[in-house]
Ligand binder design. Structure first.
Ligand SMILES: [Zn+2]
Length: 201
């Protein structure tokens, strides 16, 4: 992410927050105070992240609500397929916007896609894909309680539209983060270590 630099930035009282764009925990004292016409009170503040330069609104008229919100989960590197990386990122961004049902739907789609890319049949149920990944040992043995948990959750919501909450979305993102790291990031990291330098001197 290329850092942005803004014109005419003011000095503010320092505010600690987690940047919804780059995920850094920062204290910013740069940005702008927002007033209402005819009032001197501060109604909202825009803070600039000193790491990525992106603006965050803290709105006092909505109990200090932060926009964009904090995105749940961590980045995973070395995902070979752009669609998988994009969908994971989209699932995380949904949590920052409070769109938890959308996040869960993204996560499920993503899990199905990963299972099919690892040889599962197309057109099966979501739970069967989770079980497929467990049976093929992509899910570590000590994490297999997750499979039961996800199966139970998914049955609850199978044939009806249910609104998902923060916990549902965050659980599924944690699970997918673990899975993507096991399948893509860790194997790529060791491959890089074992690959001899291309130009030894
Ligand atoms: Zn930032």
């Amino acid at each position: 992410m290329q850092k942005l630099v803004w014109d005419s930035v003011g000095n503010l009282n320092s505010q600690e927050y987690t940047c919804g764009y780059c995920g850094s925990s920062i204290a910013s004292e740069k940005g702008w105070y927002g007033h209402r016409q005819g009032y001197n009170n501060i109604f909202a503040t825009i803070y600039i992240c000193h790491k990525c330069g992106r603006p965050t609104l803290i709105d006092e008229t909505e109990n200090g609500k932060q926009t964009p919100g904090v995105v749940f989960g961590n980045t995973v590197s070395d995902i070979p397929e752009k669609t998988v990386g994009d969908l994971y990122s989209e699932a995380r961004k949904c949590t920052g916007a409070g769109s938890y049902t959308a996040s869960v739907l993204c996560c499920r789609k993503l899990l199905m896609h990963v299972a099919v890319s690892k040889g599962a049949k197309v057109g099966e149920s979501f739970v069967s894909y989770v079980e497929y990944l467990a049976n093929k040992n992509y899910i570590p043995p000590d994490a297999k309680d997750w499979v039961d948990h996800i199966r139970k959750k998914s049955n609850e919501a199978n044939h009806e539209i249910s609104i998902m909450g923060k916990d549902d979305a965050e659980e599924l993102i944690s699970f997918i983060e673990m899975l993507l790291k096991v399948i893509y990031e860790f194997p790529a990291a060791i491959k890089k270590k074992l690959t001899p330098p291309s130009n030894p001197t």
